[in-house]
Design a protein around this ligand. Sequence first.
Ligand SMILES: Nc1nc2c(ncn2[C@@H]2O[C@H](COP(=O)(O)OP(=O)(O)OP(=O)(O)O)[C@@H](O)[C@H]2O)c(=O)[nH]1
Ligand SMILES: [Mg+2]
Length: 365
Amino acid sequence: MSELAVAPEVMMPPVSGGIYSEKIAVGGGPVLDFSYVGIDAILEQMRKKAMKQGFELNIMVVGQSGLGKSTLMNTLFKSKVSRKSALEKEKEKIPKTVEIKSISHDVEEKGVRMKLTVIDTPGFGDQINNENCWQPIMKFINDQYEAYLQEEININRKKRIPDSRVHCCIYFIPPTGHCLRPLDVEFMRRLSKVVNIVPVIAKADTLTLEERDFFKQKIREELRANGIDVYPQKEFDEDAEDRMINEKIREMIPFAVVGSDQEYQVNGRRLLGRKTKWGTIEVENIAHCEFAYLRDLLIRTHMQNIKDITSSIHYELYRVRRLHENNTVAARNHPARGIGLNLLSLFYWLTVQYNSGCFSSQITQ
Ligand SMILES: Nc1nc2c(ncn2[C@@H]2O[C@H](COP(=O)(O)OP(=O)(O)OP(=O)(O)O)[C@@H](O)[C@H]2O)c(=O)[nH]1
Ligand SMILES: [Mg+2]
């Protein structure tokens, strides 16, 4: 054997999962599978990167004063997030919200970090004249798109643009049991065009099961009749599987939720609930209310999709509109720019004519 020759066992990959895939031969020894490229390893690389970067989700809550918006957000955080802090602040009462306020929580679970931001809004539509009361909320949402756009078009861009865009707006419907109010229709009609709306029936413990089912059905009909496309929007279903899952959610919407930031001992377990004379309503128990479905939609099953739709649909619409506006204003303010564009079009037309041989044929004739 020459000095350069290498024994076959030296060429073997060290362990499985390395750059070559390994199969076990009939004799027991490993055999190289040269057909294996290793594309599937991208998943592990993405997982590692995502774990390092962490995740962000921005949720906004909107609805009439006293419907339990702040409480439900506390429920969402405490049920999933910090039972410890719930116990520490057990006696603390939630104050009335008086201004649009963003509160961020850093959450970690099984090594995955997440920055969950809640945008709490004060009672919406509490005035006698509620005309245009959706405007401050619309402005807030657009301001966040604008901030993102400005960062994006900056020459010296940050490696990671801070994302304060509202990914999802939970709209609280009062538990009247009748139908949507014109204000609810107006808000959802306008806002569903700029943000993902998830409607919920607030304080669902005040409705009987029959009332609840009737109300849910009625709301779905009214949303349809008014052309209001709430999340998950039918037109953005990606494939048949997506459609099947989302169809089930669409049949359940709006979720009838109950919120609480108080813990109680029930059958030896500590859980979030509302204690009444007749028993304790367990907020995470699907036999009692639909809070768990809402939490699953927002966090466990659709979080990435909610963010993708915000970015690729809602923000994109805003971005195109804004850049278009800028161009129109620029062309109007600088006539020379308009002339420049016309010259450019003329040059383009001449190039096309030349390339198609139009000119040469004329010359040779
Ligand atoms: N019955 C019942 N009461 C609730 C529920 N959620 C909250 N509450 C109570 O309703 C009251 C108002 O709750 P908040 O969370 O402050 O309501 P809000 O919508 O944030 O009110 P504003 O900040 O004024 O807009 C509190 O006493 C809560 O304990 C619920 O699901 N069912
Ligand atoms: Mg509040």
